[in-house]
Design a protein around this ligand. Structure first.
Ligand SMILES: Cc1ncc(COP(=O)(O)O)c(C=O)c1O
Ligand SMILES: N[C@@H](CCCC[NH3+])C(=O)O
Length: 470
């Protein structure tokens, strides 16, 4: 029976064993009842690599990465000469993954000295690296300038002045993009929206009360005239996990209008980066849009605007992260304890089954941070028992330690069973912690039916590794 406690979007499944192909990576299927990735069953994976376990379907990751390059190239090439796809590595980054990104022809967007170090360690051409950050350190800026990376995405006027001074000091010319705030309210969780005025990122395009020009306008003029700055272009990123194209289109319009204003002053903007943020399916409620559709719609909209404004096309770049890494990943957990509670709702009592697994907010803090919804399936077998309204929780000392807030699982799901939570490839491993001194899982990549560890599981020795006085 459907539970009155269930959120409106959650339907009672006809078959709890079904795998929704919008949510799972392309290599996932049930083989002899067991969830398998490219033919390798979850039981075998857990026996070999431990539990919990992050699995990345490498073929799926690469296919999604290439799909962005091909789709945007096809839609924009005849208009603006070409598109650079920067993989937003904050979503999921290891040296191996940076190598896959390079091999698939993408550039890489980093957001700290650490991410930049990993990209460089993977042998990425510095010209193909971008560096973001609202508060970059001197060290980060110095490395970026010395390495002559393709674009330092400058976030404030003060940072622009620092880059000019530092590049002069190092006798270099820094490649700079300016991150602007187009004042768009993206429809997503407020903590991952980044283009409205009242948040920390970017140079505002709106003049302050009483001012004639905006900070964005002043920054462009400074950068265009600066001796040690090569102004590569303008950048905007409206937020993350967005399905509605309106925000992207409004942003493109505002950026192109600004480019037209600058063109009239003889400042030619060669490149426009419109950021990332394309939403993925975590549950049945999400309806992701294919890269080809995103690219074609955006190209059509921008072509109209470029015509209307009578400007030259800038080269276009984009920065998808989640939509490449997210669906390619899944997490395998082992069930420990279960219990049933009775919750009062509209004068009646309804059951909710708690299913506790061996990980939690340390391997995926997204439910705690953003109330993010996920789904889960019983993975080591197919059950004949009926669906029961359940909540999957972790093993941390926090009652908010939720892995999957609402899901129907087979009634006989119990100790020793394996659950798979799909779509955990992005913002899981990279945001993980050792809270309660839990050991972080390994990441296993599966390519062409072969599994290999790309990040090993932590050991207790790792917990002691930074202690200086044992
Ligand atoms: C500047 C910038 N570019 C790209 C991204 C990638 O976003 P997503 O992973 O949603 O595609 C982010 C994260 O929101 C970002 O801050
Ligand atoms: N970490 C966020 C996305 C932030 C994107 C970075 N600007 C998430 O998991 O949804």
């Amino acid at each position: 029976m459907r539970s009155p406690l269930a959120p409106a979007w959650l339907t009672l499944p006809e078959d709890t064993a079904a795998l929704d192909e919008q949510i799972f990576s392309s290599g996932v299927a049930r083989v002899a009842g067991e969830v398998s990735i490219q033919g390798i069953g979850v039981t075998e994976l857990v026996e070999e690599y431990g539990s919990p376990l992050w699995v990345i379907d490498e073929n799926d990751f690469r296919d999604r990465a290439r799909a962005y390059v091909e789709a945007f190239q096809a839609a924009f090439e005849s208009l603006c000469g070409g598109v650079d796809v920067f993989y937003a590595s904050k979503a999921l980054l290891t040296v191996q993954i940076a190598k896959w990104v390079k091999e698939e022809g993408l550039h890489i967007d980093t957001a700290s000295g650490g991410e930049m170090a990993i990209a460089l360690r993977a042998g990425t051409d510095p010209a193909h690296i971008g560096l973001h950050g609202n508060n970059k350190s001197d060290d980060e800026l110095r490395t970026a300038i010395e390495q002559q990376i393709g674009r330092i995405v400058v976030d404030s006027l003060a940072e622009l002045h620092r880059v000019e001074a530092m590049a002069g000091h190092l006798n270099k010319r820094a490649n700079v993009m300016l991150r602007l705030t187009p004042g768009v309210d993206a429809s997503t969780h407020e903590h991952i929206a980044t283009a409205h005025e009242d948040q920390k990122f970017g140079l505002t395009m709106t003049p302050a009360p009483g001012a004639d020009t905006s900070v964005a306008y002043q920054a462009v003029h400074f950068a265009a005239d600066a001796e040690h700055i090569n102004l590569v272009g303008l950048h905007s990123h409206i937020g993350s996990q967005i399905f509605d194209s309106t925000g992207f289109e409004t942003t493109a319009t505002r950026m192109l209008e600004f480019i037209a204003v600058l063109a009239a002053e003889d400042i030619h903007i060669a490149e426009l980066d419109i950021g990332g943020g394309y939403g993925i399916a975590y549950t049945e409620a999400d309806t992701p849009v294919a890269p080809a559709v995103i690219a074609q719609n955006l190209a059509a909209h921008m072509a109209e605007e470029v015509d209307r404004l009578g400007i030259d096309w800038p080269r276009i770049s984009i920065e998808p992260g989640r939509s490449i890494a997210g669906p390619a990943g899944l997490t395998i957990y082992t069930v420990g304890t279960t219990k049933t509670v009775w919750v009062e709702h509209a004068g009646q009592h309804y059951s909710r089954r708690y299913v506790a697994v061996d990980g939690g907010m340390s391997d995926n803090p997204r439910p705690v941070l953003y109330d993010a919804d996920y789904t889960a399936v019983l993975a080591n077998r197919v059950s004949e028992s009926g669906p029961v309204f359940s909540r999957v929780v972790g093993k941390h000392c926090e009652s908010g330690d939720i892995v999957v807030n609402a899901v129907y699982l087979p009634e006989d799901t119990d100790h020793g069973d394996l659950l798979v939570v799909p779509a955990t490839g992005a913002y899981g491993h990279v945001m993980s912690s050792n809270y309660n001194m839990l050991l972080r899982p390994a990441i296993v990549a599966i390519k062409d039916g072969q599994a290999r560890t790309i990040i090993r599981r932590e050991t207790y020795d790792d917990l002691f590794a930074r202690e200086v006085d044992l």
